[in-house]
Design a protein around this ligand. Structure first.
Ligand SMILES: Cc1cc2nc3c(=O)[nH]c(=O)nc-3n(C[C@H](O)[C@H](O)[C@H](O)COP(=O)(O)OP(=O)(O)OC[C@H]3O[C@@H](n4cnc5c(N)ncnc54)[C@H](O)[C@@H]3O)c2cc1C
Length: 495
């Protein structure tokens, strides 16, 4: 059986990301949606190689919808969408916005579950076409555009025997993923638990239209903000300077499927055994419906527990040795299906996960937890009421690395996400209400939320919990300093 004929979080998410290329395809439309001659927008269009689309234009709604990767299209409309072709275009667009009193947001892949980049006023800058990759093999570094997809990056780096902790889903671009922290592959070993700590510098256009390099040496406070500030960042990143790593010779792994009644024991093993594994072993648990059991059956009948483990190692022998403490657990004997001794690489990893899957309407939320057993008990209690036909909690061990000093300042031993997918727009309200109820119930056991995957629309008042109190305060102070006129929109729910 193919590995992910079973299930994977990544396959689920990848499939939903099918619409990402739609925005790229739209660039082919350039030229038939030009702003009216003589208008301010036409003046901007003349100065940039990219495309300016204004609310009211014939093609505006197509462009707007294409900015959002999924089928649920948030009902917000910026005044202008500017798809840029270069850093220079970004500078022009930001200067234009500032001069015309327009607030700016940025999108790249449009994967934000709440489409947090979409506001009812101002300018949306689309950076998805900035997708260059330059690798320095000897230095083990790469300079990449925000629009580079994680799979494309992995493929290019593999040619030089290198790797980067990209997203688990290959169709996510590195842009928003890294700026919000990045729960990436093998981050416990490579990058202090979050992928953004493998970013050495960013090139960023600031509110006054300057293009600056921000690193530990240059504009260090801007660099601090870019490493985790996510949707609250006051600038547009046009290049990421990445630290790369020697590619593992093999990704050695296994997947075990359990009946729902094993959930408590699987969670206990995650809590007590998995933290004892080496840092380059990544373990996640997902709960997903068995394909042959109809929606409406109770969780005990319908849900299966998937335990997926991967070691990023130099040899098969090393992989076997590193998985042994987990595979020796009596729990493993209870598996009803299994794939063992899986020798993979990044190509296979992403390919396995990119099997087709019906694209739908979806949302999710994610929190950090130190006590997965308590958190899972909360989820379990709510599962029978879940209105979404496809709903998948995912628990991933993150490690206990102290985070370097940066805006990305909240993490716990475990990442716990819950993804919900439905078919008809009318089903959305019930899923949203349920998701909100579950995550409010999780608050007593959560240690904050993950900015890239939390429900910013449903819980805007909790966005500050994605950051330590000190980091939240410093982000606000830096915003005042770097964007005194408020050219950039703040976090969702702020101005
Ligand atoms: C299918 C799928 C799989 C995912 N897999 C993972 C995963 O494995 N790990 C993980 O951590 N997360 C994952 N996520 C969440 C993902 O990290 C976020 O949705 C992230 O925002 C996606 O990046 P994006 O470029 O599409 O961001 P967008 O949705 O385009 O933008 C989100 C926000 O990021 C900011 N932003 C984006 N680009 C720039 C820029 N160049 N300059 C300034 N600000 C910018 C903007 O403020 C914007 O509001 C996944 C999401 C989906 C839908």
């Amino acid at each position: 059986m193919a590995r992910f004929a079973l299930w994977s979080r990544r396959r689920f998410l990848n499939a939903a990301a099918v619409s990402v290329p739609a925005a790229v395809a739209l660039s082919a439309c350039q030229g038939f949606s030009r702003p009216k001659a003589g208008s301010d927008a036409a003046a901007l269009q003349e100065r940039i190689a990219g495309t300016v689309v204004v609310k009211g234009d014939e093609t505006y709604e197509t462009w707007r919808e294409a900015m959002i990767w999924q089928r649920a299209k948030a009902n917000r409309r910026p005044d202008m969408i500017v798809q840029v072709e270069s850093a220079g275009d970004v500078q022009e667009a930001v200067r234009f916005a500032a001069a015309n009193g327009m607030k700016v947001t940025t999108r790249c892949g449009g994967h934000s579950m709440a489409a947090c980049f979409l506001r009812d006023t101002g300018m949306l800058i689309d950076v998805s076409r900035l997708d260059g990759i330059a690798v320095d093999k000897a230095a083990k570094t790469a300079v990449v555009g925000p629009g580079v997809f994680c799979r494309g990056l992995a493929e290019r780096l593999a040619e030089d025997g290198l790797a980067f902790p990209g997203a688990h889903c290959g169709t996510v671009p590195i842009s928003g993923f890294l700026l919000g922290g990045g729960v990436g592959m093998n981050t416990n070993a490579w990058s202090s638990g979050m992928s953004v700590f493998a970013v050495n510098a960013v090139d960023i256009v600031t509110a006054d239209g300057r293009l600056l390099r921000a690193s530990a040496q240059d504009n260090a406070d801007l660099f601090w903000a870019a490493r985790g500030g996510g949707p609250g960042l006051f600038g547009v990143v046009v290049k990421f300077h990445l630290q790369c790593f020697d590619a593992p010779k093999v990704i050695w792994g296994a997947t075990y499927v359990f009946a729902f009644d094993a959930l408590d024991e699987v969670t206990r093993v995650m809590d007590e055994v998995v933290p004892r594994l080496d840092k380059d072993v990544e373990t996640l648990v997902a709960i997903a419906a068995a394909p042959d059991v109809p929606f409406g059956e109770p969780p005990e009948k319908r849900q299966r527990i998937y335990l997926d483990v991967n070691a990023f190692v130099a040899s098969e022998a090393e992989g076997r040795r590193k998985l042994t403490p987990l595979l020796d657990q009596p729990l493993i004997a209870r598996a009803i299906e299994r794939i063992e001794n899986r020798a993979g690489n990044f190509d296979r990893y992403y390919s396995d996960n990119e099997a087709s899957f019906p694209q739908g309407h979806w949302m999710g939320d994610a929190v950090w937890v130190d006590d997965p057993q308590a958190a899972m008990a909360v989820l379990k209690a709510h599962m029978p009421e879940c209105p979404a036909p496809r709903a998948t909690p995912v628990l991933l061990y993150m490690g206990t690395n102290p985070l370097p000093d940066a805006a990305c300042s909240r993490i716990a031993r475990f990442y716990l996400a819950y993804y919900m997918e439905w078919d008809e727009p009318a089903e959305e309200a019930a899923s949203r209400a349920y998701c909100l109820k579950v995550f409010n119930a999780l608050k007593p056991v959560a240690r904050g939320s993950y900015i890239n995957e939390m429900d910013q629309e449903g819980r805007p008042q909790d966005i500050h919990e994605c950051y330590s109190p000190q980091a939240w305060k410093r982000l606000a102070a830096l915003r005042g300093q770097w964007d005194p006129k408020g050219v950039f929109h703040g976090f969702y729910g702020e101005s």
